[in-house]
Design a protein. Structure first.
Lengths: 195, 253
């Protein structure tokens, strides 16, 4: 994929456009596709990704009536995906306090495309990146993914997370600091290592 | 962040972009989400919600008041059995007029019944004793206490309404009724004698009254009058006293 899927999603709707026009152009499948991609970017390749997408889709379908077109549809759905993920993580933390389960298995290999040795190295880097991101607090992790990895600007990130821009910048600063500490210890992320 | 950290972040971004989902993976996820949403809609029927509500209500009741459910079930079962009992009693009460016609024939061999026949409708119940042992309990109680019966059919109610004090007295009364039905006064007197030794004073008084009546019917007036006299002095209850006084009138003759 050459372009970030966010650009593709932005083509679905523009700010100020009425909901009917938005929905007329995009079917429910396109909406589900958008939600899937967004959840996949925020949550990463995990076993309960389908459940998270379903939960986000239910919320989105109910909340679409309230969409007034003040922001783009992707920002609107990103906000739903963000809140769904945060709520799920909070629930899971409470669940883990009461019940002890086996450690979650690592994502399956099939979750990442693999075709050559180069891809294997990138695959391993992606795995270690997601493992490092899992060590960050949920809000800071989301801010870093949205801003640095997805390329959204601070205003959009603030709209998605429902906070102010200063809060987003603060979260980004903390997330950068912690991620940098983790990546320094991993030789695979050394810039000198060939791709 | 230092330049080295920024470079590492760029490496991380590259790895991130290289592992983005393919179109095929996205469409697979969309299909799964669509199927899940459709399944969820079809399941939300009103009867499911009602069932969930009922289960939650019963569960909450069982949790808050563990005995409430069992009491509810027992009450329901008791109501049903009470209804069945009422039906059986109504059926039995319909059969009694038929037995009244049989009474004169069955009452002839028994001097007790002969004595009682003009006074009360009890003898039919004594005839019924072998067929219905439970009825004989109430029947005997009214047979050996004719003044109770003489006050009318309603008197049967108090006699039969009196609760059986214990298991032994009930069976003794049943033996009395059966003995009377067989015409075996000696056995009836024996059973009444056992009842006269009961711990319950009312049972004792009734047994003594029955003994007095039987003895009077046998011609043993002295003992019958002595028993009747003692009953009038015991303050054993207005009905038993009245019947004892009726006996005493015979003693005076």
């Amino acid at each position: 994929m050459d372009q970030s899927f966010v650009n593709t999603a932005l083509e679905l709707a523009e700010p100020g456009q009425a909901l009917e026009q938005t929905l007329a152009r995009g079917s429910s499948d396109e909406l589900l596709s958008l939600l899937y991609r967004q959840m996949r970017s925020l949550a990463g390749p995990r076993q309960d990704l389908d459940d998270l997408v379903q939960a986000a889709a239910e919320r989105a379908l109910k909340a679409l009536e309230r969409f007034e077109g003040r922001s783009s549809l992707s920002t609107f759905t990103y906000g739903i995906v963000y809140r769904t993920l945060i709520d799920h993580q909070r629930w899971y933390r409470r669940f883990q306090r009461r019940f002890s389960l086996d450690a979650r298995e690592e994502p399956e290999d099939l979750a990442f495309p693999r075709s050559s040795e180069t891809d294997l190295r990138e695959l391993e880097r992606a795995r270690r990146l997601y493992a490092a991101l899992d060590l960050l607090p949920a809000e800071k992790r989301a801010a870093l993914i949205l801003h640095d990895l997805e390329g959204l600007d601070v205003a959009d990130v603030a709209a998605i997370s429902g906070t102010g821009e200063l809060t987003v910048r603060s979260r980004l600063r903390d997330a950068h600091k912690k991620l940098a500490e983790i990546l320094r210890k991993d030789p695979l992320f050394d810039p000198e290592v060939p791709r | 962040m230092t330049p080295a950290d920024l470079a590492r972040l760029e490496v991380a971004k590259r790895a991130y972009r290289a592992t983005q989902p393919t179109e095929r993976e996205v469409q697979t996820g969309v299909r799964r989400a669509r199927l899940s949403l459709q399944k969820r809609k079809s399941r939300s029927k009103w009867w499911m919600k009602g069932l969930v509500f009922v289960v939650l209500a019963l569960g909450s009741l069982a949790y808050a008041k563990p005995h409430a459910l069992s009491d509810l079930i027992e009450h329901g079962a008791g109501w049903r059995s009470a209804r069945e009992r009422k039906g059986a009693v109504a059926l039995a009460s319909h059969r009694e007029p038929e037995k009244v016609a049989e009474a004169p024939q069955a009452a002839a061999p028994s001097p007790v019944r002969t004595e009682k026949a003009p006074e009360a409708p009890e003898p039919p119940k004594s005839v019924a004793a072998p067929r219905k042992p439970k009825k004989a309990v109430a029947a005997h109680q009214s047979a050996v206490a004719p003044p109770i019966a003489s006050s009318g059919p309603s008197s049967d109610a108090p006699a039969s309404a009196e609760p059986a004090p214990a298991e032994d007295p009930v069976s003794e009364w049943g033996r009395v009724g059966q003995a009377l039905a067989r015409g075996d006064e000696a056995s009836a007197l024996g059973a009444l004698g056992n009842l006269a030794r009961s711990d319950d004073p009312r049972t004792r008084d009734k047994a003594d009254l029955g003994r007095a009546q039987l003895m009077m019917a046998h011609g043993n007036r002295d003992q019958a009058c002595a028993l009747a006299r003692s009953l009038t002095q015991r303050r054993s209850g207005s009905r038993i006293e009245r019947q004892a006084q009726v006996l005493l009138k015979d003693c005076a003759r």
